[in-house]
Structures are given as C-alpha cells and as structure tokens.
Ligand binder design. Structure first.
Ligand code: SLL
Length: 207
C-alpha cells in the first residue's frame, strides 16, 4: 500500500507518519605518545563519525564539520568522504561540536552533536599506555520524521557495499549492542542491590 504523502514547505513530497532512523557513533580515540610526548603534543587522537560497523555512511551524510578548540590551527575541519575522521595531536581535553550535513535529497537542516575529547581514562587517569587508547564513543540516532519520499526510497533500497575501507582505529571501536547494554544494566542493578543490602546490614548491627 502506498503511504500517505503531503507536500512540504519547499514543494517536496514527504511521507506522512513515517520515520526513518539511522544510528551513528561519534567518537574520539586518543593514544598517549609516551617517550615522544612533548608539552604541547602529549597525545595523538582521532575524532570521527562512523556507522555502527565502521561502514561508509556517505549515502546519508554528505559532510561532517568538526569544530575544534580555538588553540588548533584552522579549527573548523570539513570531511566529505568516508571515513569521516580527522587525526590530530594535542595536550588537552575539550568539548567539541560536530555538525552533520545530510544528503541533498533529504532536504533537512544540519544537526549539531556535542562530544568530549578524552585523553585520560576516568578509571585510571595516571596509568597511560601508548598501545591501549582512551576511547570515548557516543551512540546517536538520527531521526528523519516524515522524510522526503525520494530520499526515503533511495536510502531504504540502498544496498551497503560488502567491502569498504576500514578505518585504522576500527579495532578500538566499541560494540553497540542492545542485548549487551541490557546485560550491563542488569549487572549494575545487582551490584547496587548488593551494596544496599550490605549498608542495611551495617545499620542493623549498629541499631
Ligand atoms: C584545557 N580547556 O585547558 C582545555 C583546553 C585545548 C587543547 C584544551 C592544542 C594543540 C596545539 C591543544 O591540544 N589544545 O596547540 O597544537 O585543558
């Protein structure tokens, strides 16, 4: 059955009550430089926007603008091809802004995502390794509500290439799996329940 369509403000035909959801991951991956570290360049880091499996997302996103801290030369960096990634050297952590520009036929405004470059592990901030990077990734869902019909048809019929250039830092990518997340949540709940029970026992012995 054909979906109900309507004409948007720019004359584009859109699908009523439809939603197209596309997950992406925004991340940073930072390597401590060890003996090569200097005061202004203690780390080499990567900043990227990737598909869930590191695949090319160029059929949805035509450009990513990475807005770095003003201490960097040319802090506005534009990437228009896979991998949507930059490599830099620096000494400090900062909050940055990533702007996603969509394929023209989506007829959507760019979206801003905020992310933090992390150089130090929160669990062991002084234990720095040149081999094991500090990875900070966030999962985001891009939601196209009432999408342009032609865009929706193109992207839902899109067959992703079987082979694509794998980013060099792919081995450090996190796996975003709902079942895995649920497992972690349950483990955390059990841990909290144990802690509560232990605190309660301590109070009971005091009383
Ligand atoms: C801080 N608020 O004080 C942060 C700022 C800025 C980091 C961190 C520049 C590298 C370069 C650089 O790493 N800036 O000059 O090439 O920690």
């Amino acid at each position: 059955m054909a979906s109900d369509t309507f004409v948007g403000s720019r004359g584009e035909r859109r699908l009523r009550h439809k939603e197209f959801v596309f997950p992406v991951v925004v991340g940073t991956c930072a390597f401590y430089l060890g003996k090569k570290a200097t005061e202004t360049q203690s780390h080499k880091w990567y900043l990227y926007v990737r598909g869930l499996n590191g695949e090319d997302i160029g059929h949805i996103i035509k450009k990513v603008v990475f807005n770095l801290h003003p201490t960097f030369p040319n802090p506005t960096r534009e990437v228009t091809v896979h991998p949507f990634e930059i490599e830099e050297h620096g000494w400090g952590e900062f909050e940055l802004n990533v702007t996603l520009h969509f394929a023209d036929d989506a007829q959507e405004q760019p979206v801003d995502i905020f992310h933090k470059l992390k150089l130090y592990s929160e669990v062991e901030p002084t234990n720095q390794s040149t081999k094991k990077p500090v990875v900070n990734e966030q999962y985001e869902e891009l939601i196209f509500s009432e999408p342009v019909e032609a865009f929706y048809q193109r992207v839902t019929n899109f067959t992703p290439p079987v082979a694509f250039p794998i980013p060099s830092i792919a081995p450090h990518f996190r796996v975003f799996d709902p079942a895995d997340d649920l497992h972690k949540i349950n483990q955390a709940r059990q841990k909290v329940a144990h802690m509560m029970a232990s605190v309660k026992r301590q109070f009971e012995t005091l009383a």
